[in-house]
Ligand binder design. Structure first.
Ligand SMILES: Nc1ncnc2c1ncn2[C@@H]1O[C@H](COP(=O)(O)OP(=O)(O)OP(=O)(O)O)[C@@H](O)[C@H]1O
Ligand SMILES: [Mg+2]
Length: 256
């Protein structure tokens, strides 16, 4: 049997106490191979963020196991978790999470400096990411001086800075207009194609999801469907996504 690079095995997550339990994740299992570009879709409250937070070790599982390159991260001690995240994970959030008192460039650099990269090396890497992601011309501006799309591309550069094994993105296009969303999805596609980044993205937006190669659909904390893009054109894939969403009557059906 081929073993996945990341193996999620029968995980469960409950919130609350006896008598008032919410089953946010209900026996979810799947595997992620290196270099995959995946989306997790589902209606509000279906458990998307919870699932991402369990994989990123921000939240702890109630049951089940997650193996990350053969290391069981659900049994890891707290003091090792911060190190694990720093070494292996990159994050992109809906609200960018940039530091307002630092420039676009410094926001990327700080991720490298905090990981003890030498200054010259850090600057070289930062400039190369800025050029690749189209934010080189705004590198000396502050977050409040640039567009939402540019902020999010800066957040992607920061997430990629330390060559993480896995990038986790929760609704990265949630605050962007359709043009910026498209540019961001092209950026993530480029990071996946050219840098072989493994990306796991939560979205309720079919258009954003159509850029990925595989989609898990969650409902009531369970996986109820899965789609692979294969060699299909993105528009064909988008139609398939709409079909699943209408079949399940969930998700965002706004057509762009
Ligand atoms: N910290 C918490 N305490 C209690 N219940 C929680 C907590 N976080 C999430 N839940 C519950 O778990 C379920 C799944 O929530 P989750 O945030 O994962 O949904 P989601 O799919 O990300 O939704 P959205 O699309 O609105 O972001 C919901 O019923 C939610 O109310
Ligand atoms: Mg969420």
């Amino acid at each position: 049997m081929k073993e996945g690079w990341i193996r999620i095995s029968d995980i469960e997550k409950y919130y609350g106490r006896k008598g008032n339990l919410t089953k946010a994740i209900d026996r979810v299992s799947f595997e992620v191979e290196r270099g995959e570009f995946m989306a997790i879709m589902g209606p509000s409250g279906s458990g998307k963020t919870t699932l991402l937070n369990l994989i990123s070790t921000i939240d702890s599982t109630s049951a089940g196991h997650i193996w990350f390159k053969n290391q069981d991260i659900t049994v890891m001690k707290n003091k090792d978790l911060a190190e694990f995240r720093k070494k292996n994970l990159g994050f992109v959030f809906q609200n960018y999470n940039l530091l307002d008192t630092l420039t676009i460039e410094e926001n990327i650099l700080i991720a490298l400096i905090m990981n003890e990269t030498k200054k010259r090396e850090a600057i070289k890497r930062t400039v190369s990411l800025e050029k690749m992601l189209g934010i080189y011309n705004v590198r000396n501006k502050y977050p409040y001086e640039v567009s939402g799309g540019q902020k999010q591309r800066c957040a992607c550069a920061r997430a990629m800075a330390n060559n993480p094994s896995l990038i986790l993105a929760d609704e990265p296009t949630g605050a962007l207009d359709s043009h910026s969303s498209q540019m961001l999805m092209e950026t993530l596609t480029q990071m996946n194609d050219e840098l072989n980044a493994t990306i796991l993205m939560v979205t309720h937006d079919a258009f954003s999801a159509s850029y990925t190669k595989r989609i898990l659909f969650l409902k009531d904390g369970k996986i109820f469907h899965q789609l692979y893009r294969g060699n299909k054109d993105r528009r064909v894939f988008l139609n398939e996504i709409y079909n699943v969403l209408s079949m399940s009557e969930v998700g965002d059906k706004n057509v762009r």
